[in-house]
Design a binder for this molecule. Structure first.
Ligand code: HEM
Length: 348
């Protein structure tokens, strides 16, 4: 079979892409120079959003498998794709610099022609939020959301919400970790405290060591420790169950062991995504403040105040970030049994 000859601009369908920059001000007969930049920057964002969604969909498919082995290509692929998303997000934060070369007066030349359109209506942005784990009832400005988005876009986002999100899949993956369920891993384990907590000798030792690490003003942390890691009822409406949190803490504590390095990288990647999304929101909010001051957005929201609230409320992985409050120094960590150490990849 002879391969069809591919031509660059046909392959990329540039005739289509390059004909989709149509400034409203040009249509009105008085083209504002900066509207081209405004359109191209938004389009570039949307293309990258598409790529992020492509990566997230494949990550969710891999993570939906009933068993994701922590020492298999699957987990490497997931970490690799999250790394790619992280690099794209870094670029998206940088891209705010380009739109900031437009001055408020340049923007005023065409801003009023855009109403009521707004970046708020970016359904791909909302798909990313939903795919990571943001549900409708956790959104800031729900009434605004319902009134501003087209029905077809609400349906697409609703469809994503109805499927397992990244945080839900991470929760199931963490819950499946076998470290405290397999008795033989603990044969030969030498206990420090001799007490069992939450049904396991390790947690008796760890709770003891954690309690000893707290200064007077932090003594209440022990109560939080008990609730977050051992009270199923308390965690019932949180993203991560008590069992999942115990696994995540274990990964963070013993991440120097070969088998736990990828899981640790995965958890760390999620925190990086939250941080970069928040950094983007923060930069976008400040850019908006600089561009329109205290005026309302073209989409009709309170502008900067709306953006500040969504910045604070739309973190997805804060329950993972919070776990660092419960770490202790490496030198005080309970020593694992030789059995478990060899399972984690250190051969004696
Ligand atoms: C002159 C530049 C920009 C201004 C003045 C601006 C202004 C605003 C304002 C005021 C809002 C709140 C909703 C509203 O009332 O309209 C908003 C939301 C939003 N904008 Fe922009 N924006 C600009 C550029 C961009 C760019 C380049 C993107 C890239 C896609 C973007 C994406 C978004 C998104 C995703 C939201 C929703 C954020 C959330 O719900 O937390 N904006 N924008």
């Amino acid at each position: 079979m002879v391969n069809k000859e591919v031509y660059y601009s046909d392959y990329l369908q540039l005739d289509k892409i390059l004909s989709t920059q149509v400034p409203e001000s040009r249509i009105a007969g008085n083209e504002a120079h900066d509207e081209m930049l405004f359109i191209i920057v938004h389009q570039a964002y949307e293309l990258w959003f598409k790529q992020i969604l492509h990566e997230l969909a494949s990550i969710c498919t891999i993570m939906s498998a009933p068993k994701v082995n922590d020492n298999s290509p699957a987990i490497y692929t997931v970490v690799h794709r999250f790394d790619r998303i992280i690099e794209i997000l870094r670029l998206l934060v940088q891209q705010v610099n380009i739109i900031e070369t437009m001055t408020p007066l340049d923007f005023l030349d065409f801003r009023n022609m855009l109403r009521p359109a707004s970046g708020f209506q970016s359904f791909q942005f909302k798909m990313i939020e939903a795919s990571l784990g943001l549900k409708f009832d956790q959104r800031h400005g729900q009434g605004y959301y319902l009134s501003q988005l087209r029905q077809e876009h609400k349906e697409i986002i609703g469809d994503i919400e109805s499927k397992p999100s990244v945080i839900e899949l991470i929760n199931s993956w963490l819950e499946r970790m076998p470290y405290f369920d397999v008795e033989e891993y603990w044969t030969g384990y030498v206990t420090g405290s001799g007490t069992t907590f939450g049904g396991h000798i390790f947690w008796g030792d760890y709770r003891d060591a954690y309690s000893n690490s707290l200064v007077e003003a932090e003594k209440d942390n022990l109560e939080d420790f008990d609730k977050l890691f051992f009270d199923d009822q308390y965690n019932s409406d949180r993203s991560l169950s008590a069992k999942a949190k115990r696994s995540a803490l274990f990964i963070m504590l013993y991440r120097d062991y070969p088998i736990l390095q990828m899981p640790y990288k995965l958890l760390n990647g999620l925190l990086e995504i939250d941080e970069l999304m928040a950094t983007w929101r923060y930069r976008h909010m400040n850019m908006v403040h600089r561009m329109i001051g205290k005026r309302i957005g073209t989409g009709g929201s309170s502008g900067k105040d709306y953006l500040k609230a969504s910045l604070e409320k739309h973190y997805i992985f804060s329950e993972i970030a919070e776990l660092t409050s419960f770490l202790i120094e490496r030198r005080n960590l309970p020593h694992l049994s030789a059995n478990l150490e060899s399972k984690l990849g250190f051969v004696h």
